[in-house]
Design a protein around this ligand. Structure first.
Ligand code: BES
Ligand code: MN
Ligand code: MN
Length: 465
Protein backbone atom coordinates (compact mmCIF):
# COMPACT_ATOMS: atom_id res chain seq x y z
CA UNK A 1 0.00 0.00 0.00
CA UNK A 2 1.33 3.40 -0.94
CA UNK A 3 1.60 6.49 1.19
CA UNK A 4 -0.67 8.60 -1.01
CA UNK A 5 -3.46 6.02 -0.98
CA UNK A 6 -3.16 5.84 2.80
CA UNK A 7 -3.30 9.59 3.16
CA UNK A 8 -6.28 9.87 0.83
CA UNK A 9 -8.25 7.49 3.00
CA UNK A 10 -7.19 9.24 6.22
CA UNK A 11 -8.14 12.65 4.83
CA UNK A 12 -11.53 11.41 3.72
CA UNK A 13 -12.29 10.02 7.19
CA UNK A 14 -10.30 12.37 9.39
CA UNK A 15 -13.17 13.82 11.40
CA UNK A 16 -14.83 10.48 12.01
CA UNK A 17 -11.50 8.95 13.12
CA UNK A 18 -11.20 11.73 15.66
CA UNK A 19 -14.80 11.68 16.87
CA UNK A 20 -14.72 7.95 17.42
CA UNK A 21 -11.68 8.31 19.64
CA UNK A 22 -13.26 11.19 21.53
CA UNK A 23 -16.30 9.06 22.31
CA UNK A 24 -14.08 6.28 23.70
CA UNK A 25 -12.27 8.82 25.86
CA UNK A 26 -15.56 9.86 27.44
CA UNK A 27 -15.89 6.49 29.19
CA UNK A 28 -13.89 6.48 32.45
CA UNK A 29 -12.37 3.00 32.18
CA UNK A 30 -10.33 3.18 35.38
CA UNK A 31 -9.31 -0.40 36.13
CA UNK A 32 -7.87 0.38 39.57
CA UNK A 33 -11.13 1.74 41.00
CA UNK A 34 -14.05 -0.66 41.47
CA UNK A 35 -16.52 2.25 41.22
CA UNK A 36 -15.81 2.27 37.48
CA UNK A 37 -16.36 -1.43 36.82
CA UNK A 38 -19.27 -0.83 34.45
CA UNK A 39 -17.38 1.82 32.54
CA UNK A 40 -14.46 -0.51 32.00
CA UNK A 41 -16.77 -3.19 30.61
CA UNK A 42 -18.64 -0.62 28.50
CA UNK A 43 -15.36 0.46 26.97
CA UNK A 44 -14.58 -3.14 26.05
CA UNK A 45 -18.04 -3.41 24.50
CA UNK A 46 -17.49 -0.23 22.48
CA UNK A 47 -14.16 -1.46 21.15
CA UNK A 48 -15.72 -4.77 20.21
CA UNK A 49 -18.29 -2.89 18.10
CA UNK A 50 -15.58 -0.81 16.43
CA UNK A 51 -13.57 -3.90 15.57
CA UNK A 52 -16.63 -5.48 13.99
CA UNK A 53 -17.34 -2.31 12.00
CA UNK A 54 -13.73 -2.18 10.85
CA UNK A 55 -14.08 -5.67 9.40
CA UNK A 56 -12.65 -8.06 11.95
CA UNK A 57 -13.99 -11.61 12.35
CA UNK A 58 -14.63 -13.69 15.48
CA UNK A 59 -14.82 -10.55 17.57
CA UNK A 60 -15.67 -11.23 21.19
CA UNK A 61 -15.21 -10.15 24.76
CA UNK A 62 -13.13 -13.03 26.03
CA UNK A 63 -13.63 -13.50 29.76
CA UNK A 64 -10.85 -13.56 32.32
CA UNK A 65 -11.02 -13.53 36.12
CA UNK A 66 -10.95 -9.75 35.75
CA UNK A 67 -11.91 -7.49 32.88
CA UNK A 68 -12.41 -9.10 29.47
CA UNK A 69 -9.92 -9.15 26.62
CA UNK A 70 -11.32 -7.82 23.37
CA UNK A 71 -10.33 -10.33 20.72
CA UNK A 72 -10.81 -10.14 16.96
CA UNK A 73 -8.97 -11.37 13.88
CA UNK A 74 -8.75 -11.28 10.12
CA UNK A 75 -7.15 -14.30 8.55
CA UNK A 76 -6.72 -13.67 4.83
CA UNK A 77 -4.41 -16.60 4.17
CA UNK A 78 -2.99 -19.00 6.78
CA UNK A 79 0.27 -19.15 4.81
CA UNK A 80 0.81 -15.41 5.23
CA UNK A 81 2.44 -13.91 8.33
CA UNK A 82 0.30 -12.87 11.29
CA UNK A 83 0.62 -9.63 13.23
CA UNK A 84 -0.77 -9.81 16.76
CA UNK A 85 -1.78 -6.36 18.00
CA UNK A 86 -1.75 -5.72 21.74
CA UNK A 87 -3.08 -2.63 23.49
CA UNK A 88 -5.07 -1.66 26.56
CA UNK A 89 -8.40 0.07 26.97
CA UNK A 90 -8.13 0.76 30.69
CA UNK A 91 -6.72 4.01 32.03
CA UNK A 92 -5.10 5.34 35.17
CA UNK A 93 -7.17 7.10 37.82
CA UNK A 94 -7.56 10.80 37.03
CA UNK A 95 -6.63 12.25 40.38
CA UNK A 96 -5.63 14.78 41.50
CA UNK A 97 -8.71 16.17 39.79
CA UNK A 98 -8.17 19.77 40.83
CA UNK A 99 -4.99 19.93 38.76
CA UNK A 100 -6.80 19.28 35.48
CA UNK A 101 -7.53 22.34 33.36
CA UNK A 102 -10.55 20.56 31.89
CA UNK A 103 -12.46 17.48 33.10
CA UNK A 104 -10.48 14.28 32.39
CA UNK A 105 -13.37 12.47 30.70
CA UNK A 106 -14.62 15.38 28.62
CA UNK A 107 -11.99 15.41 25.88
CA UNK A 108 -11.16 18.76 24.30
CA UNK A 109 -8.66 19.80 21.68
CA UNK A 110 -6.15 22.50 22.49
CA UNK A 111 -2.95 23.74 20.86
CA UNK A 112 0.30 23.59 22.82
CA UNK A 113 3.83 24.73 21.94
CA UNK A 114 4.81 21.08 21.34
CA UNK A 115 1.54 20.30 19.53
CA UNK A 116 0.84 23.35 17.34
CA UNK A 117 -1.74 21.35 15.35
CA UNK A 118 -3.65 20.57 18.52
CA UNK A 119 -3.78 17.77 21.06
CA UNK A 120 -6.65 15.84 22.63
CA UNK A 121 -6.76 16.40 26.39
CA UNK A 122 -8.29 13.51 28.33
CA UNK A 123 -7.25 10.64 30.61
CA UNK A 124 -6.15 7.81 28.32
CA UNK A 125 -5.72 10.08 25.27
CA UNK A 126 -2.16 8.83 24.82
CA UNK A 127 -2.03 5.92 27.29
CA UNK A 128 -3.43 3.94 25.66
CA UNK A 129 -6.79 4.60 24.02
CA UNK A 130 -5.43 7.01 21.42
CA UNK A 131 -2.48 4.79 20.55
CA UNK A 132 -4.51 1.58 20.64
CA UNK A 133 -7.28 3.03 18.48
CA UNK A 134 -4.79 3.97 15.73
CA UNK A 135 -4.48 0.24 15.12
CA UNK A 136 -8.19 -0.25 14.67
CA UNK A 137 -8.36 2.68 12.24
CA UNK A 138 -5.29 1.49 10.33
CA UNK A 139 -6.94 -1.93 10.11
CA UNK A 140 -10.18 -0.36 8.85
CA UNK A 141 -8.16 1.54 6.26
CA UNK A 142 -6.48 -1.62 5.00
CA UNK A 143 -9.78 -3.53 4.97
CA UNK A 144 -11.78 -0.87 3.14
CA UNK A 145 -9.05 -0.29 0.58
CA UNK A 146 -8.41 -4.01 0.12
CA UNK A 147 -4.76 -3.68 1.04
CA UNK A 148 -4.37 -5.81 4.15
CA UNK A 149 -1.26 -7.80 3.16
CA UNK A 150 -1.24 -10.40 5.96
CA UNK A 151 -3.24 -11.79 8.86
CA UNK A 152 -3.97 -9.82 11.97
CA UNK A 153 -5.18 -10.67 15.47
CA UNK A 154 -6.24 -8.12 18.08
CA UNK A 155 -5.88 -8.61 21.80
CA UNK A 156 -6.90 -5.48 23.69
CA UNK A 157 -6.89 -5.87 27.48
CA UNK A 158 -8.46 -3.92 30.32
CA UNK A 159 -6.04 -4.44 33.19
CA UNK A 160 -2.67 -3.16 32.04
CA UNK A 161 -2.69 -0.24 34.44
CA UNK A 162 -3.09 -2.62 37.38
CA UNK A 163 -0.31 -4.97 36.29
CA UNK A 164 -2.22 -7.33 33.95
CA UNK A 165 -2.97 -9.84 36.74
CA UNK A 166 -5.26 -12.01 34.60
CA UNK A 167 -3.73 -11.71 31.16
CA UNK A 168 -0.99 -14.29 31.75
CA UNK A 169 -3.42 -17.16 32.39
CA UNK A 170 -5.58 -15.96 29.47
CA UNK A 171 -2.60 -16.08 27.12
CA UNK A 172 -1.64 -19.56 28.24
CA UNK A 173 -5.24 -20.69 27.72
CA UNK A 174 -5.40 -19.08 24.26
CA UNK A 175 -1.98 -20.10 22.96
CA UNK A 176 -3.39 -21.79 19.86
CA UNK A 177 -5.56 -18.86 18.91
CA UNK A 178 -2.69 -16.40 19.44
CA UNK A 179 -0.27 -18.09 17.05
CA UNK A 180 1.47 -15.41 15.07
CA UNK A 181 4.79 -13.96 13.98
CA UNK A 182 5.15 -10.71 15.90
CA UNK A 183 3.40 -8.66 18.57
CA UNK A 184 2.78 -5.04 17.63
CA UNK A 185 2.21 -2.53 20.44
CA UNK A 186 1.74 1.23 20.44
CA UNK A 187 2.06 2.14 24.10
CA UNK A 188 5.43 3.89 24.31
CA UNK A 189 6.94 7.19 23.18
CA UNK A 190 9.00 8.73 20.42
CA UNK A 191 11.63 11.32 21.28
CA UNK A 192 9.91 14.21 19.47
CA UNK A 193 7.56 14.74 16.57
CA UNK A 194 10.56 15.38 14.32
CA UNK A 195 12.71 12.70 15.99
CA UNK A 196 11.12 9.29 15.52
CA UNK A 197 12.46 6.54 17.73
CA UNK A 198 11.73 2.95 18.64
CA UNK A 199 12.11 1.57 22.16
CA UNK A 200 14.17 -1.60 22.25
CA UNK A 201 13.51 -2.41 25.84
CA UNK A 202 11.22 -1.87 28.80
CA UNK A 203 12.03 -1.91 32.46
CA UNK A 204 10.55 -4.45 34.82
CA UNK A 205 8.82 -3.56 38.04
CA UNK A 206 8.63 -4.68 41.65
CA UNK A 207 6.00 -2.77 43.59
CA UNK A 208 5.91 -3.01 47.38
CA UNK A 209 3.88 -1.68 50.24
CA UNK A 210 5.51 -1.14 53.62
CA UNK A 211 3.71 -0.82 56.94
CA UNK A 212 5.62 0.24 60.04
CA UNK A 213 3.89 -0.21 63.38
CA UNK A 214 5.11 1.30 66.64
CA UNK A 215 3.04 1.63 69.80
CA UNK A 216 -0.40 0.03 69.82
CA UNK A 217 -2.20 3.42 69.52
CA UNK A 218 -1.63 7.04 68.59
CA UNK A 219 0.03 8.86 71.49
CA UNK A 220 0.42 12.38 72.86
CA UNK A 221 3.68 13.48 71.27
CA UNK A 222 4.69 15.39 74.39
CA UNK A 223 3.86 12.77 76.97
CA UNK A 224 5.52 9.92 75.03
CA UNK A 225 7.72 11.85 72.55
CA UNK A 226 11.36 10.87 72.82
CA UNK A 227 10.52 7.70 74.69
CA UNK A 228 9.22 5.44 71.94
CA UNK A 229 9.92 4.94 68.25
CA UNK A 230 7.90 7.11 65.88
CA UNK A 231 7.01 4.86 62.91
CA UNK A 232 7.09 7.79 60.48
CA UNK A 233 10.59 8.82 61.59
CA UNK A 234 11.74 5.21 61.30
CA UNK A 235 10.19 4.70 57.87
CA UNK A 236 11.80 7.90 56.56
CA UNK A 237 15.14 6.82 57.93
CA UNK A 238 14.94 3.39 56.29
CA UNK A 239 13.85 4.92 52.97
CA UNK A 240 16.61 7.54 53.09
CA UNK A 241 19.20 4.83 53.69
CA UNK A 242 18.18 3.04 50.48
CA UNK A 243 20.34 5.42 48.41
CA UNK A 244 23.93 6.44 49.12
CA UNK A 245 25.52 9.82 48.35
CA UNK A 246 25.94 8.81 44.70
CA UNK A 247 22.29 7.81 44.41
CA UNK A 248 23.32 4.22 44.21
CA UNK A 249 20.82 1.81 45.75
CA UNK A 250 22.23 0.27 48.95
CA UNK A 251 20.06 -2.83 49.33
CA UNK A 252 22.49 -5.75 49.45
CA UNK A 253 22.39 -7.80 46.25
CA UNK A 254 20.25 -5.28 44.36
CA UNK A 255 22.71 -4.87 41.50
CA UNK A 256 23.99 -8.46 41.44
CA UNK A 257 22.25 -9.41 38.20
CA UNK A 258 22.19 -6.02 36.49
CA UNK A 259 23.52 -6.37 32.98
CA UNK A 260 26.36 -3.98 32.20
CA UNK A 261 25.72 -2.65 28.72
CA UNK A 262 28.69 -2.24 26.39
CA UNK A 263 30.15 1.20 25.72
CA UNK A 264 29.12 0.77 22.12
CA UNK A 265 25.49 0.28 23.09
CA UNK A 266 25.61 3.18 25.55
CA UNK A 267 27.03 5.40 22.83
CA UNK A 268 24.19 4.43 20.54
CA UNK A 269 21.62 5.28 23.22
CA UNK A 270 23.36 8.54 24.04
CA UNK A 271 23.60 9.56 20.40
CA UNK A 272 19.82 10.05 20.25
CA UNK A 273 19.04 13.77 20.18
CA UNK A 274 18.32 15.01 23.68
CA UNK A 275 18.12 18.61 24.79
CA UNK A 276 18.73 18.62 28.52
CA UNK A 277 17.83 22.32 28.80
CA UNK A 278 14.46 21.63 27.14
CA UNK A 279 13.94 18.67 29.49
CA UNK A 280 14.62 20.82 32.56
CA UNK A 281 12.46 23.63 31.25
CA UNK A 282 9.52 21.31 30.58
CA UNK A 283 9.67 20.05 34.19
CA UNK A 284 10.62 23.40 35.74
CA UNK A 285 13.64 21.94 37.55
CA UNK A 286 17.05 23.57 37.82
CA UNK A 287 18.93 20.32 37.40
CA UNK A 288 18.45 16.64 36.69
CA UNK A 289 19.15 14.16 39.49
CA UNK A 290 20.15 10.55 39.56
CA UNK A 291 22.75 7.86 39.82
CA UNK A 292 26.28 9.21 39.53
CA UNK A 293 28.18 8.21 36.42
CA UNK A 294 25.19 7.80 34.10
CA UNK A 295 23.47 10.05 31.58
CA UNK A 296 19.74 10.74 31.75
CA UNK A 297 19.07 8.25 28.95
CA UNK A 298 21.08 5.63 30.81
CA UNK A 299 19.41 6.42 34.13
CA UNK A 300 15.92 6.01 32.68
CA UNK A 301 16.69 3.24 30.19
CA UNK A 302 19.30 0.77 31.38
CA UNK A 303 19.61 1.39 35.13
CA UNK A 304 17.29 0.21 37.90
CA UNK A 305 15.63 2.60 40.36
CA UNK A 306 13.89 2.67 43.73
CA UNK A 307 11.21 5.32 44.25
CA UNK A 308 8.60 6.10 46.84
CA UNK A 309 5.24 6.42 45.09
CA UNK A 310 3.26 7.39 48.14
CA UNK A 311 3.79 7.84 51.87
CA UNK A 312 1.31 8.51 54.63
CA UNK A 313 0.59 8.34 58.31
CA UNK A 314 -0.08 10.61 61.28
CA UNK A 315 -2.07 13.80 61.15
CA UNK A 316 -2.57 15.50 57.79
CA UNK A 317 -5.75 17.46 58.49
CA UNK A 318 -6.04 21.19 58.94
CA UNK A 319 -3.95 22.92 61.57
CA UNK A 320 -1.57 21.14 63.93
CA UNK A 321 -2.11 18.08 66.04
CA UNK A 322 0.63 16.89 68.37
CA UNK A 323 0.55 13.17 67.87
CA UNK A 324 2.89 10.22 67.67
CA UNK A 325 1.26 7.93 65.12
CA UNK A 326 0.96 4.26 65.71
CA UNK A 327 1.56 3.43 62.05
CA UNK A 328 3.31 4.71 58.92
CA UNK A 329 2.94 3.47 55.35
CA UNK A 330 4.71 3.77 52.03
CA UNK A 331 4.29 2.44 48.52
CA UNK A 332 7.68 1.87 46.98
CA UNK A 333 8.44 0.66 43.48
CA UNK A 334 11.63 -0.46 41.82
CA UNK A 335 12.17 -0.34 38.07
CA UNK A 336 14.24 -3.30 36.98
CA UNK A 337 16.58 -3.94 34.08
CA UNK A 338 17.95 -7.14 32.54
CA UNK A 339 18.69 -9.58 34.14
CA UNK A 340 17.01 -8.66 37.40
CA UNK A 341 14.09 -10.82 38.46
CA UNK A 342 11.08 -9.16 40.07
CA UNK A 343 10.48 -11.97 42.57
CA UNK A 344 14.09 -12.04 43.68
CA UNK A 345 14.21 -8.27 44.02
CA UNK A 346 10.95 -8.26 45.99
CA UNK A 347 12.47 -10.80 48.39
CA UNK A 348 15.71 -8.93 48.98
CA UNK A 349 13.77 -5.71 49.48
CA UNK A 350 11.63 -7.42 52.09
CA UNK A 351 14.61 -8.96 53.86
CA UNK A 352 16.40 -5.64 53.86
CA UNK A 353 13.49 -3.63 55.25
CA UNK A 354 12.82 -6.17 57.97
CA UNK A 355 16.46 -6.49 58.94
CA UNK A 356 17.23 -2.78 59.27
CA UNK A 357 14.12 -2.03 61.34
CA UNK A 358 15.12 -1.03 64.87
CA UNK A 359 13.67 -2.67 67.95
CA UNK A 360 10.49 -0.90 68.98
CA UNK A 361 8.73 -1.14 65.61
CA UNK A 362 7.39 -3.93 63.42
CA UNK A 363 7.93 -3.72 59.68
CA UNK A 364 5.64 -5.56 57.32
CA UNK A 365 6.32 -5.69 53.60
CA UNK A 366 3.64 -6.70 51.13
CA UNK A 367 4.49 -7.12 47.46
CA UNK A 368 2.03 -5.78 44.89
CA UNK A 369 2.41 -6.50 41.19
CA UNK A 370 5.64 -7.13 39.38
CA UNK A 371 6.90 -7.57 35.87
CA UNK A 372 10.09 -8.57 34.14
CA UNK A 373 12.32 -6.33 32.03
CA UNK A 374 12.70 -6.98 28.30
CA UNK A 375 15.12 -6.16 25.53
CA UNK A 376 14.16 -6.26 21.90
CA UNK A 377 16.57 -7.05 19.10
CA UNK A 378 16.94 -4.61 16.22
CA UNK A 379 17.83 -7.49 13.88
CA UNK A 380 14.36 -8.95 13.50
CA UNK A 381 11.95 -8.52 10.58
CA UNK A 382 9.60 -6.79 13.01
CA UNK A 383 12.08 -4.13 14.05
CA UNK A 384 13.25 -3.60 10.49
CA UNK A 385 9.68 -3.24 9.26
CA UNK A 386 8.92 -0.71 11.99
CA UNK A 387 12.04 1.24 11.16
CA UNK A 388 11.29 1.27 7.41
CA UNK A 389 7.69 2.32 8.00
CA UNK A 390 8.67 5.23 10.23
CA UNK A 391 11.41 6.27 7.84
CA UNK A 392 8.79 6.60 5.11
CA UNK A 393 6.36 8.71 7.09
CA UNK A 394 8.75 10.84 9.16
CA UNK A 395 11.37 11.11 6.39
CA UNK A 396 13.92 10.15 9.02
CA UNK A 397 15.27 6.87 10.25
CA UNK A 398 14.06 6.23 13.81
CA UNK A 399 16.74 6.15 16.48
CA UNK A 400 17.15 3.33 18.97
CA UNK A 401 15.91 4.11 22.49
CA UNK A 402 15.08 2.27 25.70
CA UNK A 403 11.76 2.93 27.39
CA UNK A 404 11.83 3.59 31.11
CA UNK A 405 8.27 2.41 31.67
CA UNK A 406 6.95 -1.11 31.99
CA UNK A 407 4.45 -3.23 30.12
CA UNK A 408 4.55 -6.32 32.32
CA UNK A 409 3.00 -8.69 29.81
CA UNK A 410 5.66 -8.20 27.11
CA UNK A 411 8.10 -10.58 28.82
CA UNK A 412 5.33 -13.17 28.90
CA UNK A 413 4.64 -12.83 25.17
CA UNK A 414 8.19 -14.00 24.63
CA UNK A 415 8.11 -16.73 27.25
CA UNK A 416 4.70 -18.23 26.46
CA UNK A 417 4.18 -17.42 22.78
CA UNK A 418 7.82 -17.19 21.70
CA UNK A 419 7.05 -13.85 20.09
CA UNK A 420 9.05 -10.64 19.99
CA UNK A 421 7.18 -7.42 20.61
CA UNK A 422 7.68 -4.30 18.55
CA UNK A 423 7.21 -1.16 20.61
CA UNK A 424 5.72 1.03 17.93
CA UNK A 425 4.80 3.99 20.10
CA UNK A 426 3.83 7.44 18.81
CA UNK A 427 3.28 9.38 22.05
CA UNK A 428 5.64 11.85 23.67
CA UNK A 429 7.03 11.54 27.20
CA UNK A 430 5.77 15.10 27.74
CA UNK A 431 2.15 14.07 26.96
CA UNK A 432 1.54 13.79 30.72
CA UNK A 433 0.69 10.08 30.88
CA UNK A 434 -0.67 9.19 34.33
CA UNK A 435 -0.60 12.93 35.18
CA UNK A 436 -3.22 15.67 35.12
CA UNK A 437 -3.84 17.08 31.63
CA UNK A 438 -2.79 13.95 29.76
CA UNK A 439 -2.96 14.62 26.05
CA UNK A 440 -2.17 13.14 22.66
CA UNK A 441 -1.17 15.15 19.62
CA UNK A 442 -3.43 15.04 16.57
CA UNK A 443 -0.23 14.89 14.54
CA UNK A 444 0.76 11.76 16.48
CA UNK A 445 -2.66 10.12 16.14
CA UNK A 446 -2.82 10.53 12.38
CA UNK A 447 0.90 9.78 11.95
CA UNK A 448 0.34 6.47 13.67
CA UNK A 449 -2.61 5.58 11.45
CA UNK A 450 -0.49 6.48 8.43
CA UNK A 451 2.56 4.50 9.55
CA UNK A 452 0.92 1.27 10.76
CA UNK A 453 -0.18 0.02 7.29
CA UNK A 454 3.41 0.50 6.10
CA UNK A 455 4.56 -1.72 8.96
CA UNK A 456 2.24 -4.46 7.69
CA UNK A 457 3.55 -4.01 4.17
CA UNK A 458 7.22 -4.18 5.12
CA UNK A 459 6.70 -6.95 7.65
CA UNK A 460 4.94 -9.09 5.07
CA UNK A 461 7.68 -8.47 2.51
CA UNK A 462 10.55 -9.06 4.93
CA UNK A 463 8.93 -12.26 6.22
CA UNK A 464 9.02 -13.80 2.73
CA UNK A 465 12.78 -14.01 2.64
N1 BES B 1 2.21 2.71 28.46
C1 BES B 1 2.76 2.60 29.76
C2 BES B 1 4.21 2.17 29.76
C3 BES B 1 5.18 3.07 29.05
C4 BES B 1 4.97 4.43 28.86
C5 BES B 1 6.34 2.52 28.57
C6 BES B 1 5.90 5.21 28.19
C7 BES B 1 7.28 3.29 27.93
C8 BES B 1 7.04 4.65 27.73
C9 BES B 1 1.93 1.63 30.55
O1 BES B 1 0.56 1.84 30.41
C10 BES B 1 2.22 1.82 32.01
O2 BES B 1 1.93 2.87 32.52
N2 BES B 1 2.73 0.80 32.67
C11 BES B 1 2.88 0.81 34.09
C12 BES B 1 2.96 -0.59 34.54
C13 BES B 1 2.19 -0.95 35.73
C14 BES B 1 0.98 -0.21 36.11
C15 BES B 1 2.22 -2.37 36.09
C16 BES B 1 4.14 1.55 34.47
O3 BES B 1 5.11 1.59 33.71
O4 BES B 1 4.13 2.12 35.56
MN1 MN C 1 0.02 2.08 28.48
MN1 MN D 1 0.02 3.56 31.76
Amino acid sequence: MEKTAINNYINAHKDRFLNELLSLLKIPSISADSNYKNDVVNTAEAIKQRLIEAGADKVELSETDGFPVVYGEKIIDPKKPTVVVYGHYDVQPADPLNLWDSPPFEPIIKKTPIHPDGAIFARGACDDKGQMYMHIKAFELMMKTNTLPCNVKFMIEGEEEVGSPNLGPWIIKNKERLKGDVILISDTSIIANDVPSIDTGLRGLAYMEVEVTGPNRDLHSGVYGGGVANPINVLCKIIASCHDENNHITIPGFYDKVLTETDEYKNELNSAPFDIEEYKKDLNIDDVYGEKGYTTFERTGIRPTLDVNGIWGGYIGEGAKTVLPSKAFAKISMRLVPNQDSNEISKIFQTHFESVAPKGVRVEVKPHHGGEPVVISTNSAGYQAASLAMTETFNKKPVVTRGGGSIPIVALFKKELGLDSILFGFGLDSDALHSPNEHYGLFNYYKGIETIPLFYKHFTELSKS
